[in-house]
Structures are given as C-alpha cells and as structure tokens.
Design a protein around this ligand. Structure first.
Ligand SMILES: Cc1ncc(COP(=O)(O)O)c(C=O)c1O
Length: 497
C-alpha cells in the first residue's frame, strides 16, 4: 500500500519556531566529510587530539539466559565483548569516536538512527510515508524542545489531571498553561476530554498539545487502552491539536496483577514462552500507530530500559515537524552525547534487533516480579476493606494507594475537612517513620485559562480521595517489603485500624 504524506501543522508552531533562521554555519557542515573539500570552514578540533584510542566494553550477551540482572562471568557464553575505536569501524555499523565526538550530526549518527528506525518498524505501524526519528538527550530534552517548537507564552496545553511534575513545571516555566484532563484508573477519559474541548470558552486560546504518558503513567501507574487511544486520536483530529506521547515505560508492560498464585504462574509461563512476534503483539497499540496525519510526536528514551545517565532518547514523528527540532537542537544541545551514541550503538548493533527484544522481554519479566512483590506486600499489610485502595498497575514502575481522607478520625477537626492537609500530615508521618512515598498533590495539573473554562470542565470525581505514589523499581525485595510495612503501619495507626 502506498502511504500518503503527513499533513502540514506549521499553523501550530510557536513564534520562536516561525522566526528561527538556520544557522549559516550548519548549512556547510555536511561538506566536512567530502574528500574533495579542504574544510577550513568550522571550529572543529582535529580528532587525533581526542584522547580515547578505544573503549572496551563487557556487556551481557543475548538471550540473557540467566536473567538480565545477573552478573556476567566474562566467559563467552554470557558475555559480549566489544571495542569502540576512535579511528576504525570494528563492525560495519559502528560509529568511531572520530565521528561521534566531533561536531556535526545534530539529528544523530546515521548508524544508530537506522537501528532505531528498524526498531520503530517492529513496534509501530506507520500510516504516512514521511516519518522519521531524531536523537534527543532523553525525554526531558524532547519535551522541553516540544514546548519551544509549538508554544508561545500564554498558550494552553492539555495534560492528565495528575501528571509528571517535571514536565508540568517545564511548561509552566515557559509561561504555558497546563489544563487538566480528568482521568480514572485507566487514564484519560475520552468523553471528558471531548466535553472540555466542545465547551471551550470562546476567547481563550485553544490547546495546541495534549501531553500524555499512556503506559504506566507517572504518577498514577495507569495505562490507556487501545480503544481510549483511538477515541482520543479522533478528538485530536476534530479539535486540531498535536498528541505528545511520552513513553519511557512503554516496554515495562507487565500485564495484570493476579492474586491467585496458580493463575499467576500460568500467565507468567505464557509470557515467558512468547516469541518475539507474540511479545511485540502483546504490547499496547501506540498513538503513533493510529496516526494517519502526522499529528503525533512520540518520545522514547533509553533511561528506563538501559540507563538514565546515558542521556539518550529519540523522537519519532513527521519529517515536516522534526526538521524544526533539528534546527532548535543545532542552537541548544547540538546533539546527543557522542560517547553514548558510539557505545550504545556498539551494543545494539551486536545484539541486533532480536537481542534488543530479548533484553526488553527479560526486563519485563523482572518488572513483573517487582510489581507482584509490591502488591503482594501491600495486600499483606493493609486491611482488605476500609479507606485504602491498592491500585496494581499493568505497566511501568509505579503503584499508588488511594485513601479516603474523610475516614481519618481528625478529618473535620484537626484537618479542617481539607484532604490535602491529611495528605501532607501522612507524608510527614511516613518520612518520620523511615519510608518515603510521594503525595499525589505533587503532581496536580491545575492551569486555568483567561477567560476561564466552565466549572464542569475541571470537576474532580472524588475530591476527598488522596493518594501516594510508590515505586518498586528502585530497591530489592526485602527493602521494598520493609518500606511498605512501615508505610502500612503508619496508615493503620493514623486511621485507627
Ligand atoms: C513520564 C516521564 N517522562 C520523562 C522522564 C524523564 O526521562 P528522560 O530520562 O528520558 O529524560 C521521566 C522520568 O522519570 C518520566 O517519568
């Protein structure tokens, strides 16, 4: 099937994007590698002066037969040894340091980009022809650039009613209004989103972007179903906004929490036996796969699947839009770290697409265990009925416990019927007792337009419900158990259980 090109969304660009002229110096940089040109045009240091002749890595070898967290022995059956050299390509698709550590490839080095394009084709269905990917220094960078590409001061974006606080803060710091979209345990409620936009107050700027974390949402841990994504995409077309899918947790799709141990074992065995095709098919449909117009920008990151300090991620979307990111990055980050590109590319090229999928599948198994532990412990320590609700996630790193604040014996007196005061008090109490989970109010999306939106649009379903977000990613099982025991003891004590 021949695919058509993406649509033009330049009417949604910021004034900054419309005004940016390409740096004239960047227009000739491609001639640096032309053997017929004596390039005296740029301040590029001679690569002979880069003080790394080679870097040698020992990494786990697919199919990671002892599990992906296990120590490698240095022996051939579980250890991959590779060298990235300054001057030579050891393997055909390597990126020697003389290239990656030099100025130039703002979009990213071609070898790693090609790997990521192939990976994208395995994960998404593309419905328009001119899509591409560019590297970022992670989704934090991808998001900050997105705001600059699309938003002016005073513009409005939509975000889940509880969302990743750093992303909200980044928008707010740029003078962008973050308007909340109601969510439930399955993420954005499409009907509510549509109603907000259908009833949008005339005279206030219409939202240009929807910022969403569809999988293992931070902080709620919820995941959007394929059906909801389809409905949201239709609303985006109807109301002409761009969807930014921020997906650092996409590959941590653990599936449902099963309390019954027999059922659990059966499910886990089935997961284990999945071949690559079945594994990829089991993943949630992405907004990118629904996009026929080029109005979705996807942000992927190696932070949660390889290492956050690598500061490497990638954006995928229409070339018509991505070219503006490249122009912006030429003047901001200049490009992702050359070390990260060479070393991660060296690994990925040797693992191959199959080895990388083995890795992602192995990582999922680890997170299944971690998620199950966390929820098992909470069931062990918290009463089955009462004001506490344990919310087992189907993806990501986070779980939440929601609490009916009105059940606190001092709700009306000491806390003046203010659920946030209860939340703050519990936060302080748990920290005093040696465990830290973070209160939901740290993640509230609460921007408002001028003139304001109808009161209905911001109605919260259950204003007396508070929640705490915890992660099972960061600690080993015994510590997790101890932490959740302390947390649960505090809650029981506070609420008189
Ligand atoms: C939703 C979300 N987006 C982005 C990030 C940051 O990602 P990166 O390390 O790729 O910048 C995080 C990290 O916690 C996150 O939860």
């Amino acid at each position: 099937m021949t695919l058509t090109e993406s649509k033009d969304f330049s009417h949604l660009f910021s004034e900054e994007t419309k005004a940016r002229k390409p740096s004239p110096l960047k227009t000739c940089i491609h001639l640096f590698n032309d053997p017929n040109i004596v390039f005296l045009g740029g301040g590029l240091p001679l690569s002979d002066y880069f003080p790394w002749d080679n870097i040698h890595s020992q990494s786990p070898l697919p199919p990671f037969k002892n599990g992906i967290g296990s120590k490698i022995t240095g022996l051939k059956d579980d250890t991959l040894e590779y060298v990235v050299s300054r001057d030579e390509k050891v393997e055909k698709a390597d990126i020697p340091f003389k290239k990656s550590l030099q100025y130039g490839a703002t979009q990213g080095q071609p070898e790693i980009l090609e790997f990521l394009r192939e990976h994208n084709k395995l994960v998404h269905e593309f419905n328009y022809s001119d899509w591409d990917s560019i590297l970022t220094t992670g989704n934090t960078n991808g998001w900050e650039s997105t705001l600059r590409i699309f938003c002016n001061k005073g513009d409005v974006i939509l975000a889940e009613a509880h969302s990743f606080s750093s992303s909200l803060a980044s928008a707010e710091a740029q003078g962008v209004i973050t308007f909340p979209v109601p969510i439930d345990s399955d993420g954005i409620i499409p009907e509510k989103l549509e109603s907000i936009l259908d009833n949008w107050t005339p005279g206030s700027p219409k939202p240009k972007l929807l910022y969403t974390i569809p999988t293992g949402q931070n902080p709620t841990g919820s995941s959007l179903s394929d059906e909801r994504k389809e409905a949201i995409y239709k609303i985006a077309c109807k109301h002409d906004f761009i969807i930014i899918e921020d997906e650092p947790y996409y590959f941590l799709q653990t599936g449902p929490y099963l309390k019954d141990l027999e059922q659990r074992k059966k499910y886990e065995d089935q997961q284990e036996q999945q071949n690559h095709e079945q594994f990829l098919k089991s993943l949630a449909k992405t907004f990118l796969s629904l996009d026929t117009e080029g109005r979705v920008i996807r942000m992927d990151s190696f932070s949660k699947v390889l290492a956050p300090g690598a500061r490497l991620g990638w954006l995928t979307g229409s070339k018509k839009i991505l070219q503006y990111y490249v122009s912006l990055h030429e003047m901001t980050v200049q490009g992702a770290s050359g070390f990260s590109q060479s070393i991660i590319n060296g690994l990925l090229q040797r693992w191959g697409q199959d080895g990388y999928i083995d890795w992602l599948k192995g990582l999922r198994s680890e997170y299944v265990i971690k998620r199950n532990n966390a929820i098992d412990y909470l069931h062990e320590f918290l009463p089955a009925s009462g004001p506490f609700t344990i919310n087992p996630p189907i993806a990501g790193m986070f779980f939440t416990v929601t609490i009916d604040a009105t059940a606190h014996p001092d709700f009306k007196t000491k806390f003046n019927s203010n659920p946030k005061a209860v939340e703050q008090h519990i936060y302080e109490t748990i920290v005093k007792n040696g465990v830290l989970l973070v209160p939901g109010c740290w993640f509230i999306t609460e921007g408002e337009t001028t003139p304001p939106q109808p009161a209905d649009s911001k109605q919260i379903q259950n204003p007396n419900e508070i929640f705490f977000r915890g992660t099972y990613a960061a600690v080993a099982a015994e510590k997790l158990r101890e932490g959740l025991k302390r947390f649960s003891e505090c809650l029981k004590e506070e609420f008189g259980f």
